[in-house]
Design a protein around this ligand. Structure first.
Ligand code: OYQ
Ligand code: ZN
Length: 263
């Protein structure tokens, strides 16, 4: 699919911090969301997601995270509403996590770190015809961020967890069908923060309307442990490196306002 292109990696940064500063980058992500400084905006609407599980295609290890990819050649799995004026097409979702439950998320809430964070990546199909086009445009993308906490087992996630051993190494792919990512959203999707930011890995393009959910989801310790059993390295490489700590550090706010959909 259009969004299946690999992350553009600069060889200089094996670590997943990516370049600390992007030349002229004044809307980089992730950020720390200072809750009391967010501004309530009554114009913000509830999110409207309409995901078709039949558009789920494959799950693969891209050497940074694992991606579940959707067929984004038609408007079958879409996101609209929230802060968005246009309709956005789901192209993939992935996660970021730590080597321990003490950290792993990319965004933070008043400096609070979560063990992991889910990103559902969408592109503006009203304005563009390809993900690759949208990724270079102001507000070409919309990414929903959901914090994960360790607690009870997430039944919907288990199907995904069971597929991970088959994609342990970088560049491994397996067919993955009939997964509805709506099951990974929290019960309440009306309460969120939103701000203009960027991709959190290279090419770090400043084309993202971020929508960060206030309510987290819970996954079990064992489910998160399977994420950590993935490898950054391909089967050929001698030294195997565990896929952990694949998050970028928080970036300067640079005067941006974070709006909230709730008081
Ligand atoms: C021209 C295509 C270009 C290589 C981009 C490929 C891609 O999809 N990158 C991507 C997507 C989402 C995030 S995040 N972590 O949600 O901000 C980070 C990077
Ligand atoms: Zn991400």
């Amino acid at each position: 699919t259009a969004c299946s292109s690999k992350y553009v990696l600069s060889q200089m940064h094996p670590m997943w911090q990516g370049p600390l500063a992007v030349p002229g980058g004044d809307r980089q992500s992730p950020i720390d969301i200072v809750v009391r400084k967010s501004v309530f905006d009554s114009q913000l609407k509830p999110l409207v997601t309409d995901y078709d599980p039949d558009t789920c295609q494959q799950i693969w290890n891209n050497g940074y995270s694992f991606l579940v990819e959707y067929d984004d050649t038609t408007d079958k799995s879409t996101l609209k509403g929230g802060p968005l004026r246009d309709k956005f097409r789901l192209c993939q979702f992935h996660f970021h996590w730590g080597e321990s439950n003490a950290w792993g998320s990319e965004h933070t809430l008043d400096r609070r770190l979560f063990p992991a964070e889910l990103h559902l990546v969408h592109w503006n199909s009203d304005k563009y015809s390809l993900f690759e086009e949208a990724v270079m445009e102001d507000n070409g993308l919309a990414v929903i961020g959901v914090f994960l906490k360790v607690g009870k087992r997430h039944e919907g996630l288990q199907k995904l967890v069971d597929a991970l051993p088959a994609i342990r190494h970088k560049d491994s792919v397996v067919e993955f069908n009939r997964f509805n990512p709506a099951c990974l959203l929290p019960a309440n999707t009306d309460d969120y923060w939103t701000y203009h930011g960027s991709l959190t890995t290279p090419p770090l393009t400043e084309s993202v309307s971020w929508i960060v959910m206030k309510q987290h989801i819970e996954v079990s310790h064992d489910q998160l442990a399977v994420f950590r059993s993935l490898l950054f390295t391909s089967a050929e490489e001698e030294v195997q490196k565990s896929m952990v700590n694949n998050f970028r550090v928080q970036q300067p706010l640079r005067g941006r306002t974070v709006r909230s959909s709730f008081t």
